[in-house]
Design a protein around this ligand. Sequence first.
Ligand SMILES: Nc1ccn([C@@H]2O[C@H](COP(=O)(O)OP(=O)(O)OP(=O)(O)O)[C@@H](O)[C@H]2O)c(=O)n1
Ligand SMILES: Nc1nc2c(ncn2[C@@H]2O[C@H](COP(=O)(O)OP(=O)(O)O)[C@@H](O)[C@H]2O)c(=O)[nH]1
Ligand SMILES: [Mg+2]
Length: 194
Amino acid sequence: MADKIKDAKIIFVVGGPGSGKGTQCEKVVAKYGYTHLSSGDLLRAEVASGSERGKTLQAIMQKGELVPLDTVLDMIKDAMIAKAGVSKGFLIDGYPREVKQGEEFEKKIGAPCLLLYIDAKGETMVKRLMKRGETSGRADDNEETIKKRLDLYYKATEPVITFYTSRGIVRKIDSELPVDEVFGHVAKAIDDLK
Ligand SMILES: Nc1ccn([C@@H]2O[C@H](COP(=O)(O)OP(=O)(O)OP(=O)(O)O)[C@@H](O)[C@H]2O)c(=O)n1
Ligand SMILES: Nc1nc2c(ncn2[C@@H]2O[C@H](COP(=O)(O)OP(=O)(O)O)[C@@H](O)[C@H]2O)c(=O)[nH]1
Ligand SMILES: [Mg+2]
């Protein structure tokens, strides 16, 4: 596993709920052809399958809590293996959510060369998620769960950014700007990798 993806770049995309991670990842896919793996989407696919495991996951996600680390990591790993050898880069969106998740990822898969920190203000994220909730059909895009996800982000995920900043791979992206301007900065960070 590790050698098959050894030449592929691994990029962590981290930011609060509704900061615009998914939006930017789609644009990176269009321009660079990287493989986008959203940990939240992988989990929602498992829920949609109706499996027993999916039912357990749904209950956790509806509360805005984190699902067990091994579950998410196994899903990401399987999805990466499926693309190993054909992908020149992986965007790991919404992961790691806590420092421990990052450490386990590196043990089992490999080290990231870049962490894109998609940064928006708390009130901006809440506004975007409430709007997205009108059409997303996501059980967690409601006021109460949004608040919990935001609290957990500040508590558990911000330390991830501190951790990788000390390694010198964090690029902070201002996500308050219009989408295309945000993408300009994202593209610059990726171009600088080469
Ligand atoms: N590594 C991850 C990723 C997701 N989740 C669970 O899946 C939910 C939704 O994740 P995600 O889609 O990444 O949500 P957000 O980042 O909050 O929102 P968005 O889709 O807007 O990125 C989280 O609240 C959490 O319960 C998790 O436990 N561990
Ligand atoms: N105004 C504005 N809205 C954005 C921007 N990026 C994302 N959005 C909107 O904010 C919501 C959340 O974006 P999404 O990409 O799903 O964020 P994620 O939760 O970080 O994956 C979506 O409804 C987007 O349309 C941005 O740069 N500017
Ligand atoms: Mg998303």
